[in-house]
Design a protein around this ligand. Structure first.
Ligand SMILES: CC(C)(COP(=O)(O)OP(=O)(O)OC[C@H]1O[C@@H](n2cnc3c(N)ncnc32)[C@H](O)[C@@H]1OP(=O)(O)O)[C@@H](O)C(=O)NCCC(=O)NCCS
Length: 134
């Protein structure tokens, strides 16, 4: 993991930001973990598209620990950073923060993940990253 301190990344622009709605809840009334996982996946794809503005698929997501719950009305931000670029893959670090009260309250660190995306062709076979870093 590239981020070991859990300080809200003021000044960074998240790849995804979403207010959680009642439809996003689990049976307990808090936000369903799968909703957060799906947005982590989306944020990683958006980051990978900076280097490969074409088809990418998720090949792996590392272990995820949820450190704080997310509630209806929270403004959840998914910050991304490219960690590694291979021949056909891009590995992205995603950090998730939830701001209570529709974006007016405290920031809570929720989780982080490493997601590897693979560039693929129309037949879903791996292809080289179009714009790898120089
Ligand atoms: C992604 C996929 C095309 C890769 O096919 P593959 O035959 O494993 O391809 P390769 O072995 O050539 O690996 C391609 C790249 O993925 C990387 N990779 C493969 N498995 C990986 C894993 N478990 N974790 C991290 N990276 C992995 C390889 O290191 C390689 O990266 P590089 O070229 O940058 O070095 C194939 O596994 C696939 O279609 N998976 C399903 C993807 C999908 O549908 N995701 C959504 C699920 S709902």
């Amino acid at each position: 993991m590239s981020e070991t301190t859990h300080e809200y990344p003021t000044g960074r622009v998240p790849s995804v930001r979403q207010v959680m709605m009642p439809r996003d809840t689990n049976a307990l009334g808090t936000i369903f973990g799968g909703v957060i996982l799906s947005q982590i996946d989306l944020a990683a794809a958006i980051e990978a598209h900076k280097l490969h503005p074409a088809r990418v698929v998720t090949v792996s997501m590392d272990k995820i620990e949820f450190k704080a719950p997310v509630y209806v009305g929270d403004l959840v931000s998914f910050f991304t950073e490219t960690l590694r670029v291979g021949r056909t893959s891009v590995t992205v670090h995603v950090t998730v923060w939830s701001q209570r009260g529709f974006g007016g309250g405290e920031h809570a660190y929720v989780t982080e993940a490493e997601v590897t995306m693979v560039a693929v062709d129309d037949d879903f076979k791996p292809v080289p990253i179009l714009n790898p870093p120089a």
